[in-house]
Ligand binder design. Structure first.
Ligand SMILES: [Zn+2]
Length: 238
């Protein structure tokens, strides 16, 4: 994983770019503040404007080093363009993603090192995490919504720091996920999301700067998925 522009400038939502390559309904740009998605998180969406028109950007398709920005319709813009990230969508996804780290921390503590086996953060304000949790009362999992919401209400700072990937490997618990741990950057660094006093976790997604920016959440469902896996569904409280 490269160091993304959206990580270097998390408040950059509108910027100019040059089209490097295009085909009907997709463009590759000289720079992009869009997050391409990954690790269960959906990509940013938004729109693109050029001298001949405008189109919604519906997602990103990663092809090697190239990010194809997928457009609604079959336009093939060229030249100079203006790109705009949908800020509401970004906030929803970053909120749920940040909250998923907090939930992960409480599950890990409450159930003696239980690991994540999968995750999905959607653009509609819902998400799920799968945990390796054999023989656990689902009501105990559901009850973790209360301490998660307490961390949201308390307003805890969230910071991204880069550490040497070799150091991270010996720091137990830092790369906690079983299947969604991001690869190091080309210079061997791992991006760590530090929710002060709550959680430290290697992650390449989008996050809030403070947990207080999120709405509170509900755990809507806990399902058994196989003998070991529990699927925990959560969403913003209405
Ligand atoms: Zn994350």
């Amino acid at each position: 994983m490269a160091i993304y522009l959206c990580h270097e400038q998390p408040d950059l939502y509108v910027h100019d770019a040059t089209v490097l390559d295009s085909r009907p309904g997709a463009v590759v740009l000289s720079r992009s503040a869009f997050h391409p998605g990954g690790g269960g998180q959906v990509s940013d969406i938004g729109d693109i404007e050029w001298s001949g028109g405008r189109a919604a950007v519906t997602g990103i398709e990663i092809d090697g080093d190239q990010w194809w920005h997928l457009l609604a319709g079959d336009a093939a813009p060229t030249g100079e363009v203006q790109l705009r990230v949908d800020a509401d969508h970004r906030l929803r996804v970053a909120s749920l993603h940040t909250v998923s780290h907090v939930l992960n921390a409480f599950v890990f503590a409450e159930f003696a090192g239980a690991l994540v086996t999968g995750a999905q953060i959607n653009g509609d304000g819902s998400g799920r995490m799968d945990f390796d949790l054999p023989e656990v009362d689902n009501d105990r999992v559901r009850a973790l919504a209360a301490p998660v919401n307490e961390v949201i209400a308390r307003g805890v700072d969230v910071r991204a720091v880069y550490v040497d990937a070799g150091d991270a490997a010996i720091n137990a618990g830092l790369v906690r996920s079983m299947s969604v741990a991001p690869p190091p950057t080309p210079d061997g660094k791992l991006r760590i999301i530090d929710i002060e006093g709550v959680d430290r976790q290697a992650c390449g997604g989008t996050h809030l700067a403070n947990t207080g920016q999120s709405r509170s959440i509900v755990i809507s469902k806990v399902e058994n998925k196989g003998r070991h896996n529990r699927r925990v569904r959560f969403a913003f409280a209405s």
